[in-house]
Design a protein around this ligand. Sequence first.
Ligand SMILES: Nc1ncnc2c1ncn2[C@@H]1O[C@H](COP(=O)(O)OP(=O)(O)OP(=O)(O)O)[C@@H](O)[C@H]1O
Length: 886
Amino acid sequence: MPELVLELNGRTWTLDPSRSYTLGRDPQGDLVIDDARVSWRHATVSWAGGGWVIEDHGSTNGTYAEGRRVQRLEIGAGSSIHLGNATDGPRVSLTGADAGQGASGAAYGGQAAPGWAPQQQAQAQAQQQAQAQQQAQAQAQQQAQAQAQAQQRAPGRQQGWPQPQQQAPQQQAPGQGQFPHQQDGGSGGSGGHAPRGHEPSAAPGPGGAAGAPPVHGDRSPTTFHQFSLGRVMRIGRALENELVVSDLQVSRHHAEFTATPDGRYEIHDLGSHNGTYVNGQPIAKSGTVHLGPTDIVGVGHSTFRLVGDRLEEFVDTGEVSFSARHLTVTVDGGKQILKDVSFGVPEKSLVAVIGPSGSGKSTLLKALTGYRPADQGDVLYDNRNLYKQFAELRQRIGLVPQDDILHKELTVKKALKYAARLRFPGDTAEAEREARIGEVLGELKLDIHKGKKITSLSGGQRKRVSVALELLTKPSLIFLDEPTSGLDPGMDRDVMQLLRGLADDGRTVLVVTHSVAELAICDKLLVMAPGGSVAYFGPPEEALNFFGYTSWADVFSAFENYRDYDWAGRWRGSQHYQMYAADIDAVAAQSVHMPPPQQMRPPKAQSWAAQLWTLIRRYASVIASDKGFMALLVALPAVLGVVSTVIPAKFGLGPPELPSRFNSGAGTIMLVLMVGMCFTGAANSVRELIKERVIYERERATGLSRSAYLMSKVITLGVITAIQGVIICGIGFFPRALPAEGLIMPPAVEMCLVVIALGITSMMFGLVISSLVKTAEKTMPLLVMFAIVQVVFTGVLFQLFDSPGLEQFAWLMPARWAIAGAGTTLDLAHLMAPWDINNPTSLDPLWSHSVGQWIMNISVLLLMAAALGVVVSRLLRRHEPEVMRK
Ligand SMILES: Nc1ncnc2c1ncn2[C@@H]1O[C@H](COP(=O)(O)OP(=O)(O)OP(=O)(O)O)[C@@H](O)[C@H]1O
């Protein structure tokens, strides 16, 4: 067997073909590389039967051979690999007399076939594009210069720079309207000031004027795979596949490419968890689609394209450009809350979005992430239309909402563990998920905190954990909504530096923020004006000068004081616009035609049952981690049970003994127990949905099933409520005499079942409240109202039957049916004195001592619970991203 000698940092290893070697920062790995650019488990070197192969494990910063990023590459004596950076990343050199035959040449597809036409074409195209881009930039500069000259010639131009407190912003372009503060006339006052001392940088930043991204198809493929007729090539995560994709988003056996004997190609999905996509559209689970020469197949982070009889693989390593064109959002009533927003950034960019309250920052974020797609315009992800290819591309987007998306009661590690379970395909092994969690914890420097409860972390660290969660699935685009709100300046800087690092590591990061202290760390700044339009887009260091103020407070005051001013017009007439946005704006606005909803939804990475099981376990962990809350869950029914025992009732719940003819105390005891159960059941659930609304919204967007989520609540809370029912009944019934016999079962069991059914119905009502309210504070008054209303309509305090209107209204009250359920067992109609002493046979029909009535009473309770479940499910829709609402 051939051996390979590997050299790294002056040390050598003789590799044994019978095993594989892991390279990375993980101290448990075989070759430990202590360099921050190297991922935890970066790559593996192994003998693949015909030669040695290095395989990248989806590392953040990549594995490079001869300056190119590679995913999987045959290596041999003389090969040299860089990790983490193409030029100065740690270098792995290989030597060895018997090294694999397939070394060097063939490995670098394009180089092995230098005359290969498609790649030449691609390169030529890329060159043409670059030339076109240069021309566009030159034009923009000429325009800018012409404009500056025009401004200098403009009449009434003053040299003086206005005092920020007194002046409204300068008009930069001639021919634009008057300044907002000039309504009283005097055009010679201050109109038409040319900006001073803030000439935009002559050349736009990387990526061109509008951050024009390279066309996805012009990237060099990561690998090539040769096809022969009649061959089937299986793609998947498992090593036995012909085409191994080391990506946890990919199933072990994901899909198959087939070259049919008649020369056609097709892709067949193998029931993958995260789906197989052709041109961004999901193909049916286990479905087959014929492939044309222009079709692009998406599997996890990889895309494949057929060129002749070769299959080119492109791995999305995160370095993607991103742009928005003419985004416009119109709400009911025709009002535009986002107006024609265009901007673009190249790969590895950090973009900040600021603006006064109500300027549409959140609306923009929703439009960019597809949570609430714009009504007009495009969002381009590496030149692919996000809205059209949403189902596939949404998996590459990470969103960190303002509120934490983790259960704070859990430890960092546990919270990430459950998140990974929900987000990764059902066939990922625990060890694979653990490895990815370890990688992310290491990257965000959270290793030392992994055993701590999230509640015990500082605000900045908590935000890191939320970011870590989103990084699990390796998104290329990360959006953050006010990540530094509520943080002190030091933490603000920490978080912004973290985002800078994420962008530098090869992601595009867009952050909406209220904090202006750390804007300089960003590559680009987007300033939104009141009304939802762009007031500025460009380098942050030029922004204040652009507005003509010395502080952001002044700029925001100007926004406030001159709300009706044409900020968008001012921006469009500026040199900065020409430099940084005109190119993107030049393309006409498009109406958004979203694919049908079923093609937009993310696939469920896990089966419904697996999601349900994970959610139940997570919920149980959250409850178990709060000992005080658990004690309260037991104490509440116990106290209510004990309270019921102090009610004086000579005959308990049993029949009276002569000379007494009635036992009215039984009704009072049942009233207290039932209302206690109502309160307990509803209290269990009333905060449950509101407190994790943000988590739900985010998880739903990543494929969580609404019914699995709701069922996890119903089952967990249902079990808790049932136990509480047993406690309340056990304590309440213990000291009381009971009837000798029940209708079907022992009377205590019969009544306890009714109490539990009432508890579950009340719990469902609590969930309705929880899904209805906007803030957790509103739940308490509604809970109290619910319990008091139940007291009134039990039928124990006054006569409800034969009272038209009142009787029917009481049918809606769970406590009415619950008292009736226990009443049938106790024969409460005869136990309590008749309401009308002159008409003693007029008894409550729901209390009639019969098996049929007992079954009906408990059935109505359970039907009510089911109906409330449907209501909760409908209400939950309101808190979901628009595309998820069925
Ligand atoms: N569905 C809607 N229907 C009508 N108006 C809406 C809707 N959603 C948002 N708006 C309005 O659009 C404007 C922009 O809202 P948005 O939440 O995007 O602003 P923002 O800049 O994020 O504000 P803040 O900084 O306060 O979060 C606001 O005036 C808001 O009232």
